[in-house]
Design a protein around this ligand. Structure first.
Ligand code: ASP
Length: 461
């Protein structure tokens, strides 16, 4: 990008830059009616407004200055950003485990091009070594960029494609797999991979970041380091999510792929194990187990795939006054499976009953989960619950709604036989249904450091 370019700026904002004869990437001091700000003028997104000049402050944070407040701009020089991280050759050490990092996209794989909003991946082993040299102390790293999408664009094809890539790499001798993924739908993909990869000899660790790596508070490097440690050395051969435990950077938690959920839109400690405890915590290369019941690493275990998926499935989040046409339209549009997130123990209003009956009678498979997320569906407690079951709706135990949705698509990829579907849905394949909910699953492990420390002190095995 040329120094003289004022890319992205237009209208009033462009006039201000021209008036003071400054350009994008200019190292400037701007005097405004609200005070003085020093930093680099960043390009603007082409779709952004024309009322702000965006500055990267020396602290690393970006601010937008309203053009009407700008009194003076002095340019001292210019510092054009280089998006390319210097590549260094990733060293190979024959005694270290071999880890493969599969990229699917999301913030962890991106640094932002401010002008177009496009994502610039920093993903080759060389770039990663340049950016996070600690990775070379852990393992020999190979990377493969499978996709480059924000996670709202992930589809069942990405799930099965990722599962196939995992098999390919494990069959080729990988000692652990790390999957970089956008955090927003990471829990759906973690559930899908938990069902599609039926057995694995090595850990499969999903990781993301809530803050991109150009921000001082980024969690990208630490999450990557903890996930890579887990993939390289942990004994847990399951699909897991590895992300910040507390809000600060003390440790990461390893969450089982079928019991994890993104719970906060911006905290770095956004992932929580729901209705259970995380499997372990990781920090400084140490993996402290919290649970005993997990599948062990075993080179003899074959990696078996089962990647079927029938995507004619949907989730309906119940709200008061929901109208029957919501259910009718799904049935009329050919959907074959519906997961309801119902109120309390698993309820919906009476006006929906005839549509639910019509749906079940026409062969649509409907499963009930709870909006409360914690706790079990319990449809025997009230008459209304029993009535809903009479219509053909099946209680889904303590499966999380999103997990039940993914599982229903996977089950319907195998069979549409009513009894068989119910049997498969209620059989735990990957820890998605638990016999009971530990009290710890609700009361602690919410990211509070003191509770966590106290809890860990009482674990002895
Ligand atoms: N929107 C992004 C995504 O899920 C957020 C992230 O990566 O954390 O792809």
């Amino acid at each position: 990008m040329s120094k003289k370019s004022n890319s992205g700026y237009k209208g009033a904002a462009l006039s201000v830059l021209k008036n003071f004869d400054v350009n994008v990437w200019g190292d400037v001091r701007i005097t405004t009616s609200d005070g003085e700000f020093s930093g680099i003028i960043l390009p603007r997104s082409e779709i952004a407004d024309d009322r702000h000049v965006v500055l990267k402050l020396t602290t690393g944070y970006n601010i937008g200055l309203e053009v009407g407040t700008i009194e003076e701009i002095e340019e001292h020089g210019s510092k054009e950003a280089h998006y390319k991280i210097p590549e260094k050759e990733f060293p190979f050490d024959p005694v270290k485990p071999n880890v493969v990092l599969l990229g699917t996209g999301g913030t962890i794989a991106s640094r932002l091009d401010y002008r177009s909003g496009a994502v610039i991946p920093a993903f080759s082993p060389g770039e990663l070594y340049g950016a996070v040299p600690e990775l070379a102390d852990i393992c020999n790293l190979k990377t493969d960029k499978l996709y480059g999408v924000f996670s709202e664009n992930i589809t069942p094809e990405h799930w099965s494609g990722t599962a196939e890539a995992i098999k390919r790499e494990v069959d080729n001798g990988a000692d652990g797999i790390v999957i970089g993924h956008g955090t927003d739908t990471m829990h759906y993909t973690a559930a899908a991979l938990s069902f599609m990869v039926k057995s694995t000899p090595v850990p499969i660790v999903m990781v993301g970041s809530q803050r991109s790596s150009d921000r001082p508070s980024s969690d990208a490097a630490l999450n990557l380091i903890n996930a890579t440690w887990t993939a390289a050395y942990s004994d847990i051969a399951e699909v897991m999510v590895c992300m910040f435990g507390p809000t600060s950077d003390e440790y990461a938690l390893l969450h089982r792929g079928t019991r994890v959920r993104k719970m906060h839109s911006s905290y770095r400690s956004t992932f929580r194990t729901i209705g259970d405890t995380p499997i372990a915590r990781v920090s400084g290369g140490e993996i402290n187990l919290i649970k005993k019941d997990y599948r062990r690493r075993n080179p003899e275990t074959p990696l078996e795939l089962d990647t079927v998926f029938d995507d004619r499935v949907s989730i309906v989040y119940y709200y008061p006054n929901m109208q029957p046409d919501i259910i009718d339209s799904l049935v009329d549009n050919g959907y074959k499976g519906i997961v309801i997130a119902g109120t309390g123990l698993g309820h919906v209003n009476k006006p929906l009953y005839p549509s639910l009956k019509r749906a079940c009678d026409s062969g649509v498979h409907i499963f009930m989960t709870v909006e409360t997320l914690w706790g079990y569906v319990q449809m025997y407690v009230y008459d209304t619950g029993r009535d809903i079951m009479e219509l053909g709706v099946v209680p889904g135990a303590n499966m999380l709604p999103e997990v039940a949705y993914v599982k229903l698509g996977w089950v319907l990829g195998h069979t549409h036989d009513r009894e068989k579907v119910a049997e498969m849905m209620l059989t735990p394949y990957a820890g998605e249904i638990t016999e009971r909910e530990t009290i710890d699953g609700y009361l602690i492990m919410q990211g509070g450091l003191p509770e966590m420390e106290k809890f860990l002190k009482n674990i002895h095995f």
